[in-house]
Design a protein around this ligand. Structure first.
Ligand SMILES: Cc1cc2nc3c(=O)[nH]c(=O)nc-3n(C[C@H](O)[C@H](O)[C@H](O)COP(=O)(O)O)c2cc1C
Length: 352
């Protein structure tokens, strides 16, 4: 293997290659993580959308399939977070990833257990703070990236964070799919790449075929960022559901939110009155309208329509712009081997 492919990232996480498979709700489940880590990448289980019991079943399945190291993604405010942290320690996961960090007590506990902290940042001003709060590795996701995303393009974010010389490995994320990208990121001074959309678009991901077909058809310029789903900027494929959300007036949003509240009330376990009260409380504490906060409460169900039930027209499809350049569904083995071969060729070509 080309020496440039052994980096501070592979040293820190114990994986073969400097490639991270990021967490994606309802996508980065045991099957995808097992396939990515068995083939030399480092994978994160998307536990931010799981309860502790589900998370434990997934951890057991991955551990039963391989002894390769992997990580868990959490959300600081998810229900059962303390128990999920216990599980990470009991099952000796290698790393914890997150956007908004857990509290300092949790960070101290996981670090004492030898677990590396791997936050994702979307703006360079957050880099030093993330390291002060315990980051061992920084994943820098540029605006091209999928799901919730910032406003700085990948290469500009990366340059700014690398130049801060914070003493931790820096990982390029947002818009990667191949060995050229890996070689370019390493040459640029990053210690590896992290990919979401490309790993979702493999035969090993659990995403239903009908939904994958929509990603194959996607156009780079029709994967916009919208705040209409949950109030935060999120990149998604522009399908009819997203177009309707984008075009809805304030009253239209409220009607849609109420309709969804009825539709999904068995899944959220909340009555309409409870939903409205919660939305009112949240709205009074933020810049969001009541309709927006009600929509935010339904966002997980709307995403699952596409990502779990295989009804892409009725749901939304979080995606990086890179989906517009992806037209195949390789296995993780084919994908990772291809990336490594291609990166080596490119590194040698430039050196020559
Ligand atoms: C379908 C999908 C679901 C995602 N879900 C999550 C999530 O649950 N938690 C999270 O931290 N990031 C999530 N993300 C963001 C990815 O982890 C990753 O940071 C992003 O996709 C990187 O950009 P790329 O798609 O260009 O590789 C999601 C992304 C996609 C495409």
């Amino acid at each position: 293997m080309h020496a440039a492919l052994s980096t501070p990232l592979t040293d820190a996480l114990g994986c073969e290659y400097p490639i991270i498979q990021t967490a994606m709700g309802w996508v980065a489940t045991k099957d995808l993580v097992t396939a990515s880590i068995s083939n030399g990448a480092f994978g994160f289980l998307a536990a931010a959308v799981m309860d502790p019991a589900e998370c434990e079943i997934e951890l057991q399945a991955i551990k039963a399939a391989t002894d390769k190291p992997f990580g868990v993604n959490i959300h600081a405010f998810q229900p059962g977070i303390e128990r999920i942290i216990d599980l990470c320690i009991d099952y000796q996961v290698a790393a914890l990833s997150y956007g908004r960090g857990p509290n300092p007590k949790i960070v101290d506990r996981v670090k004492a257990a030898g677990i590396k902290c791997v936050p994702t940042i979307g703006a360079s001003k957050h880099a030093a703070n993330a390291v002060d709060m315990g980051a061992d590795i920084l994943v820098c996701q540029g605006q091209e990236g999928g799901g919730h995303t910032g406003a700085t393009p990948t290469w500009l974010l990366l340059a700014d964070v690398i130049d801060q010389q914070l003493g931790v490995p820096v990982i390029a994320c947002g818009g990667f799919k191949d060995g050229r990208g890996l070689a370019a990121a390493l040459t640029f001074g990053a210690d590896g790449i992290a990919m979401g959309t490309r790993f979702m678009m493999t035969s090993d991901s659990p995403t239903p075929q009908a939904t994958k077909a929509e990603y194959i058809e996607a156009d780079v310029l029709k994967i916009p960022v919208s705040t209409k789903l949950d109030g935060l900027p999120q990149r998604m494929i522009l399908n009819q559901t997203l177009a309707d959300l984008e075009n809805a007036s304030k009253l239209g949003m409220l009607i849609r939110a109420i309709q969804n509240g009825f539709k999904y009330r068995s899944q959220t376990g909340m009555s309409m009155l409870q939903t409205a009260k919660t939305a009112w409380r949240m709205a009074s504490q933020s810049d969001m309208t009541v309709a927006q906060t009600m929509m935010a409460g339904n966002a997980p169900m709307i995403i699952q329509k596409a990502m779990v039930e295989g009804r892409p027209d009725e749901g939304v499809l979080p995606s990086g712009q890179i989906a517009g350049l992806i037209a195949d569904l390789p296995s993780c083995e084919q994908l990772i081997n291809g990336i490594i071969q291609d990166a080596e060729l490119n590194l040698k070509r430039v050196a020559a």
